[in-house]
Design a protein around this ligand. Structure first.
Ligand SMILES: NC(=O)C1=CN([C@@H]2O[C@H](COP(=O)(O)OP(=O)(O)OC[C@H]3O[C@@H](n4cnc5c(N)ncnc54)[C@H](OP(=O)(O)O)[C@@H]3O)[C@@H](O)[C@H]2O)C=CC1
Ligand SMILES: CCCCCCCCCCCCCCCC(=O)[C@@H](N)CO
Length: 361
């Protein structure tokens, strides 16, 4: 307590405990307030009357996102390859509109794995949107070819996963950011921000056997998102928020497809983990974005996994994320023991992977 004596004049010492108490009390209440999210109740991503472009919007999570944002009053542009499925999805999105008389919807067919595909998509979107770029761009398009790294074809699969999952989102983000960040489109630091949203996977936080062609493409997205988050500080008059959504298993058409190549060990390891419908994942993702989260998770396990590997990434809540992060290494000690035990047991019962029966793919 010596330092107190130096700071506070002798005559005031008897009183010094009052301001100290007050200060501690105020700090305590403020901390609880932050923890309870009392200061974060505002909607950080209003969509009513704004234009949202969604890639991968014809099926699965992307389609659910489009429907739910239409329900909240957004104008929607759906992007994917198959025109028949886009038309069907557009009808569902239209039927969900909050104000059918004023909301506008359209689809644009494009393959996100093609170099420079985004220029034509964004040009078309701007022309349709009366000369203004979409306000929110959500890259959902993705694919997964789970395989063992040693399997025939895993390298081709890895390149394909990278082209769709990483470059598909990278090209789109670059094209839309060029629009949003141009000096002609400067507004003010206080104006409603634009949003670029990437869709990764919880495998970005914790990698498991059997997903080698896929997981790195989602890790790459995180690297890009954090870099962009940092770069956005260079453009205070063009506010843009960068987000990454990290779903766990989604019961989508894509999930059916990936199960065709999925190695037995991957089935084994994800057995018992949470599985959500596209609607639930969309709903929770949108809730996270509305709460202003940089990294959005949709399950409790996903949140734990996120807090375990924050590194230099922007926190959603510095106090909660930090405290949870302290405990995750302890949990991982047991998780890894369990998972590595399961893998060892699988190896024992199934023999060398070269002897596995060939998959009919
Ligand atoms: N399913 C899961 O378990 C998980 C999925 N994810 C990720 O979440 C996102 C949504 O997944 P999910 O709901 O399963 O998606 P689906 O596989 O069910 O649907 C994918 C959508 O993306 C479109 N798409 C796929 N490839 C391309 C392409 N090359 N160019 C343009 N559009 C394309 C598809 O339409 P079309 O074929 O007509 O082009 C479709 O609309 C993806 O990024 C996925 O990687 C993350 C964690 C778990
Ligand atoms: C402290 C936290 C403990 C963590 C325990 C982790 C257990 C393993 C979870 C594996 C889940 C796999 C989801 C795959 C989703 C996906 O991206 C694919 N379906 C797409 O192909």
């Amino acid at each position: 307590m010596d330092y107190l004596q130096n700071l506070v004049p002798e005559s005031l010492l008897p009183l010094s405990s009052t301001p100290l108490l007050l200060a501690t009390g105020t700090l305590g209440v403020a901390l609880i307030g932050i923890i309870m999210g009392l200061f974060g109740r505002k909607n950080h991503m209003p969509v009513e009357g704004r234009t949202v472009l969604i890639t991968g919007a014809s099926e699965g999570m992307g389609r659910s996102v489009a429907i739910q944002l239409a329900r909240k009053g957004a104008h929607i542009i759906l992007v994917s390859r198959n025109v028949g499925r886009l038309e069907e999805a557009l009808a569902d999105v239209q039927a969900a509109a909050k104000s059918p008389a004023t909301q506008r919807f359209r689809w644009i067919s494009a393959d996100v794995s093609e170099p420079d595909y985004a220029s034509a998509v964004i040009a078309e979107a701007i022309a349709w949107n009366g000369g203004a770029a979409p306000d929110i761009v959500w890259c959902v398009a993705g694919m997964s070819t789970p395989m063992l790294w040693e399997e025939e074809g895993s390298m081709a699969a890895a390149r394909r996963n990278m082209d769709v999952n990483y470059f598909g989102a990278a090209e789109m983000s670059r094209t839309i950011l060029k629009e949003w960040l141009s000096p002609e489109n400067s507004t003010s630091p206080k104006s409603e921000p634009k949003h670029i949203i990437f869709t990764a996977s919880v495998l970005t936080f914790f990698a498991i056997a059997g997903y080698s062609p896929y997981t790195p493409s989602k890790w790459a997205l995180r690297g890009l998102a954090d870099t962009l988050e940092s770069e956005m500080h260079l453009y205070p008059d063009n506010p843009v928020k960068v987000h990454v959504v990290y779903p766990a298993t989604i019961t989508s058409p894509g999930f059916e497809r990936e199960n065709a190549t999925k190695p037995g060990i991957a089935f084994e390891l994800e057995k018992g983990e949470s599985v959500e419908t596209p609607d639930t994942v969309a709903e929770r993702s949108i809730a996270g974005l509305e709460a202003g989260d940089h990294f959005v998770t949709v399950t409790i396990l996903g949140r734990l996994m996120r807090c375990g590997v924050m590194g230099g990434s922007t926190r959603n809540n510095w106090i909660i994320d930090t405290v949870i992060g302290w405990f995750v290494p302890i949990i991982y000690f047991f998780v890894l023991m369990d998972i590595n035990g399961k893998i060892a047991k699988y190896a024992k019962t199934h023999g060398h992977p070269n002897t596995y029966p060939k998959k009919a793919v």
